[in-house]
Design a protein around this ligand. Sequence first.
Ligand SMILES: [Zn+2]
Ligand SMILES: [Zn+2]
Length: 162
Amino acid sequence: MTVFLCSKCGTTITPELAELTAVPDVSGNEHDRDKDTRRAPSTVPRGHYVIDSEPWGPPYVVQDDQENPKPAHARGPLVSHEEGFVVSAGTRHTVLVHPDDAAHLQPLPDGENSQGCCGPTGGEGPNRACACGVRVATLAADCFGPYELHLDPVRTYAFTQR
Ligand SMILES: [Zn+2]
Ligand SMILES: [Zn+2]
C-alpha cells in the first residue's frame, strides 16, 4: 500500500492506496454522469491510484493532423485554440486518484485555475493546494471530460510500506 505526501511539508495527502496497473476505461457518456453534479464516474475507484503516462495540463501545442484531431487530454474533449486543435504537452506521470481520497486539499484563492462550467476543467494548471500553500494537484470535475485528481509527480511523493 502507498501513501502520498506533500514534498514540501510532508503532510499526508491520501490514505493508503493500492496501485492499479492501467488507467480504467471509464465512460464519460452523458447518461453515465451524475444527475446533480454532472460529473462522470471517477476514473479511479476509492482506495486506488494509477500512474498516468499521458501528459496533463499546459502547455498546449497545435496538433499536426488537424483533419483528425484527438482530445487535448486522455478522456477529455477536443480543444480548439485560435491556431487550431491543440493537445497537452504538460506533465506526464501524474498520479491519478479519486478526488475524495484527497478531500482536504484546498482550491486556490479567487478560483485560480478552476474555470469550467459545472466544475473545474483542470486544463489550466494545478488548482488544489496543500495546507502549506504548495499547489500539489489538479482537479478535473466538469460536466464534460473526466472526474479525477492528478497529483503532481514532483510536488508529491509516494511512501510505500512493504
Ligand atoms: Zn504541504
Ligand atoms: Zn456544465
